[in-house]
Structures are given as structure tokens and as C-alpha cells.
Unconditional design. Structure first.
Length: 203
């Protein structure tokens, strides 16, 4: 019974959500595209011709947004799930945390990417602290990977949850990058604990 109530609430929330409605108009697969758009407008990240790695890409709205902006650039989208094709993107189906998938990404990169971005989150348990810790681990893993591959003036963008790993992630960011900012877009739901970490310029 409780599960039905939760899913009913979710459906009602979706119906009332202006970003969900807008995403249908703009042809995005999910409302999360607007979070990345806001991040881009604030931090001026994406430009034509850039090379971008999108980790945890499904259903693909971040890759869709970037494909519109970088045009002749190169986008590698990675996810455990199959995704519908997106023009100008190369898709890798696999678990990002496995060395094989990370090596596959590196093999596809002809040059160091300008941006590594991750909207990865674990399937939530509903226990906020556990979700925050597990998603935090994914963020750290993506950040360490970006240190290996990214161009010197590159950007790393990732979802993070406020919680026990938050300070640890920010500290790791400062160790790897010269500039670290945390930002919560307007399109991120008020009741959501998510924010985004934006890191720039490798140390």
C-alpha cells in the first residue's frame, strides 16, 4: 500500500512539474537536462568542438544538451543501460566502475576530454545517509578517473548529495583541481538533497 502511495505522489509531482512539461516541448528525455543547462549558464563550460565524457548517461538528457552545444565535438556516453541513439555521440554500455569499461573509454578518446561529467546515483534505498554515501563513492571514483584523462584546463561536473561524504568529496576536489564550486540549480527539486560539484583546472 505504502509503495502505491509513493508512486502516486511521484506521478502527481511529475504532472505539476514545469520542467517535466518543458522537457517534452524541447525534446529532452528527462528534466535533468535543465540542471546541466543552468550549470552551463552559470559556469560557461560547453563550447563548440569540445570532447566530453558523460558517465551514467541514461536516459541521455545530459548528452542531448551537450550534443546541441558542442556540435562538431565528440561525446562519449557511458551507462549500464542501453540508450536510444543520440546524434554525434558514441555509446558504451558497461559498468563505469569496472576497469574494462574505463579502458574502453580511454581507447575511444583521441585527445584528452575537456569535460568529464557524471549524473550517476545509486538506486536509492530510501535511507538518505546510505544513498548519500554510495552516490558519494561513485562521485569520487568519477573524479579520480577524470584526473587520469582530462585536459589541464578541463572541467569535472558531478551530482553529490548533502550528507556524511560531502566534505570528503569537496576536499578531494580541492586536492585534484584548482577551482571547486558547489551549486544547486533551480531545476533541482527543493526537497532533494542533491547538489552539483563543479571542478576546473587540474593542479
Amino acid at each position: 500500500m505504502k509503495k502505491n502511495k509513493i508512486s502516486k505522489n511521484w506521478v502527481n509531482k511529475q504532472r505539476r512539474d514545469t520542467y517535466v512539461r518543458q522537457s517534452k516541448v524541447d525534446g529532452y528525455r528527462a528534466r535533468s537536462a535543465y540542471k546541466l543547462k543552468e550549470i552551463d549558464e552559470k559556469f560557461r563550460i560547453f563550447k563548440g568542438g569540445m570532447s566530453v565524457v558523460d558517465i551514467g548517461a541514461a536516459p541521455g538528457s545530459w548528452s542531448q544538451y551537450v550534443a546541441k552545444v558542442v556540435k562538431s565535438g565528440k561525446i562519449i556516453s557511458v551507462d549500464l543501460k542501453e540508450m536510444e541513439n543520440i546524434e554525434n555521440t558514441l555509446q558504451i554500455k558497461g559498468d563505469f566502475t569496472s576497469i574494462d569499461t574505463q579502458n574502453q573509454i580511454k581507447d575511444y578518446l583521441k585527445k584528452k576530454p575537456d569535460v568529464v561529467m557524471s549524473d550517476m546515483a545509486v538506486n536509492t534505498t530510501g535511507i538518505k545517509n546510505i544513498d548519500s554515501i554510495q552516490t558519494g563513492e561513485l562521485c569520487k571514483e568519477a573524479m579520480v578517473f577524470s584526473k587520469d584523462v582530462i585536459s589541464e584546463k578541463g572541467f569535472f561536473i558531478s551530482k553529490i548529495f548533502m550528507g556524511s561524504t560531502f566534505n570528503e568529496i569537496v576536499a578531494l576536489g580541492k586536492k585534484i583541481f584548482k577551482e571547486v564550486k558547489v551549486f544547486k540549480p533551480k531545476s533541482s527539486r527543493k526537497d532533494s538533497k542533491e547538489s552539483f560539484i563543479i571542478c576546473k583546472n587540474l593542479r
